[in-house]
Write a protein that binds this ligand. Structure first.
Ligand code: PCA
Length: 221
């Protein structure tokens, strides 16, 4: 059976003209992959950086495509590594406006939802595979409280209510070199091809690994 992998990436936000998450995800449009006997095809979609709408959109995509795997990808500017997120929390607390002009503070995402959901991606196996390929990566213990965590939580809440099992989670990616070069605070960045390779590998590991590994030191922060 051919599995379906949904990859989402956010539109640029906060005045930027590119988002490395979307740049990486859109490069994988039409990809049909295989790891051993595990065959899969990839669906690629963009998400708006808008509270509320982004959750509605990703959940509509899940309902339309019935994916086996969903990996949502967002930009984490200034992070030195690819943070593979462990946990989504039931809180919005924005320090900047989203693209719809909203800035929720101390708001609950789902009034009927638990405080948090864990990723159901094999996060340690992904980190191990990324590191073995020479990509700087780690488990991250917070996806923040902006639109990325918001979508991550909304996705996990929706996936939890589905009859079929969906492996779902969130991966952040650093700035691209051209984004870092345009800033005075000299943030860390990662080459476009490395970010693309990282997302590709995360999808391959997720479709082919049943149980996560138990590496120590998988976390960066
Ligand atoms: N990063 C933001 C929202 C969209 C994106 O790509 C975040 O980390 O919340």
């Amino acid at each position: 059976m051919i599995k379906t992998v949904l990859l989402t990436g956010f539109e640029p936000f906060n005045g930027a003209s590119i988002n490395p998450a979307w740049e990486a995800v859109r490069a994988l449009e039409g990809w049909e992959g295989a790891v051993g006997e595990h065959r899969f095809r990839v669906e690629v979609r963009q998400l708006p950086c808008v509270f509320g709408q982004a959750i509605e959109d990703i959940n509509a995509m899940v309902d339309e495509l019935h994916p086996d795997v969903v990996i949502a990808v967002g930009q984490a500017g200034g992070r030195p590594a690819i943070p593979v997120e462990r946990v989504a929390i039931n809180a919005d607390d924005a320090s900047i406006l989203d693209k719809g002009g909203q800035q929720p503070v101390d708001a609950t995402i789902a009034s009927d939802g638990p405080a948090a959901y864990f990723s159901t991606l094999p996060i340690k196996a992904i980190v191990r595979a990324l590191r073995e390929k020479g990509l700087v990566a780690g488990v991250s213990q917070t996806a923040g409280t902006f639109v990325c965590n918001h979508v991550f939580y909304g996705l996990m809440h929706h996936a939890a209510g589905q009859p079929q099992a969906i492996k779902a989670g969130f991966i952040h990616v650093p700035f691209l070199p051209e984004q870092a070069a345009a800033r005075r605070d000299a943030p860390r960045s990662m080459a476009r091809d490395d970010i693309i390779a990282g997302i590709k590998l995360a999808a391959e590991v997720t479709v082919s690994v049943d149980a996560d590994v138990r590496d120590e030191g998988g976390a960066t922060h």
